[in-house]
Design a protein around this ligand. Structure first.
Ligand code: LMR
Length: 398
């Protein structure tokens, strides 16, 4: 079967990790995939999750199937994080949440769901966007359109250009928006800009699809969901794909969610009935462990507090690494101004390093960075900082 078929290229992000693992250089550094590292370079299991897992092992009495949308209490916990404990969306029961296999699974299930009823809808994504977004929606049969986002000149959002394009998106099309910690650029909209986007969505009638993979990595759980609350307050249809890969460090447990918000509880029930059909023919029902562990933390006051502290610890370490990185380059006489990196949010820094420099760093110094210059700042540690800064300074001098 495969004789006449060419091999596919490696994945832009996960393919780097495969190459990194094969690299025998003891000084190698992986700044590719968005995985948090502590200052020892490890990706530990959060202490709140360890405790929840012990509790689960002790108390669990069955490995029977979960319902198609996943554990109902998990869905309720996800909604509290998205909309706040007293969120109107929750009170009025107009959101349907399913446990998806990671944020990626949530995006794909959502894509399939919309496709079923809006087969002609196109998806609009930011320039640039997460390397996998276009792949997911292409696989689900969508034509992809781009809207302007990052402005190289200002290292910020080109909001006027973005809005101008969003005003031309036809009714029924889907617009993918990053709620916080934009991947790959690390630059976000401010509250007023989100107000404008919500307004345009209402007037134009396009469907917002929010990707929310980094809640807690910007400022706090509450502050980071500001845009979700604005869409919720507007009272119209939208979807949210959220993830516990990063903020619960549950990467390999594939613990995410898709939440479909509708104007009424009746419509929400219809949405849930159809999303169940999509799931059933895809993966039938979700894997339990990650979701049950996250639910255990989210429904226990003490574990919840511990979790909030652990997320704050990750967030603050990344911020400290941003400052150390910018200082390290400056100390080495690098002329280019990298100070903007301090203001970027979340795990990533859109460094502005050229693809040439990125390739040189990989072949000559075993430092792995995603094409386009996205650096996982959470992969920097006090142990590898000098090595990375030396290498970048040398590459930029060459
Ligand atoms: C990333 O952007 O590096 C992460 O979201 C991991 C992934 O699946 O690509």
């Amino acid at each position: 079967m495969w004789k006449e078929i060419e091999a596919a290229p490696a994945d832009a992000i996960l393919g780097l990790t495969e190459a990194f693992k094969k690299d025998t250089n003891p000084q190698k550094v992986n700044l590719g995939v968005g995985v948090y590292k502590d200052d020892q370079g490890a990706t530990p299991i959060l202490s709140c999750i360890k405790k929840a897992e012990h509790r689960l092992v002790d108390e669990q009495s069955t490995k029977g199937y979960l319902p198609i949308p996943g554990d109902a209490a998990y869905g309720a916990s996800v909604q509290k994080l998205l909309f706040g404990e007293q969120g109107e969306v929750i009170q009025s029961k107009r959101a349907a949440t399913i446990h998806s296999p990671g944020g990626t699974g949530g995006l794909r299930v959502g894509a399939d769901l919309i496709k079923k009823f809006k087969p002609e809808a196109k998806i609009w994504v930011s320039t640039p966007t997460w390397a996998n977004h276009k792949g997911i929606f292409t696989a689900a049969g969508y034509a992809i359109e781009d809207y302007p986002y990052y402005d190289k000149a200002t290292q910020g959002v080109d909001f006027d250009a973005m809005l101008e394009t969003l005003k031309k998106v036809p009714a029924g099309d889907v617009v993918l928006l990053h709620v916080c910690c934009h991947n790959p650029t690390g630059v976000d909209l401010n509250a007023e800009q989100w107000d404008r986007v919500v307004e345009v969505a209402l007037v134009q009638g396009w469907l917002p699809f929010l990707d929310f993979a980094y809640q807690g990595f910007g400022d706090s759980m509450e502050a980071d969901r500001g845009a979700v609350e604005k869409f919720a307050a507007a009272g119209f249809d939208f979807l949210v794909a959220s993830s516990f890969s990063k903020n619960f460090a549950l990467y390999n447990e594939r613990t995410g969610a898709l939440t479909i918000v509708s104007p009424s509880a009746e419509e929400s029930a219809v949405a849930m009935s159809h999303v169940k059909k999509i799931i059933r023919v895809n993966y039938s029902n979700p894997p339990a462990h990650g979701g049950l562990a996250a639910r255990t933390v989210l429904s226990d006051e003490t574990l919840y507090e511990e979790w909030i502290g652990e997320v704050a610890g990750m967030r603050e370490r990344i911020k400290a690494m941003r400052r150390a990185f910018v200082d390290g380059l400056k100390q080495r006489g690098v002329e280019q101004d990298f100070s903007f990196i301090v203001d970027q949010r979340g795990m990533f820094s859109f460094s502005g390093l050229s693809d040439e420099v990125v390739a040189w760093l990989q072949t000559e110094r075993s430092i792995y960075i995603v094409e386009g210059g996205r650096i996982n700042v959470a992969g920097l540690t006090s142990g590898n900082m000098d090595y990375v800064c030396d290498a970048i300074a040398e590459a930029l001098r060459a």
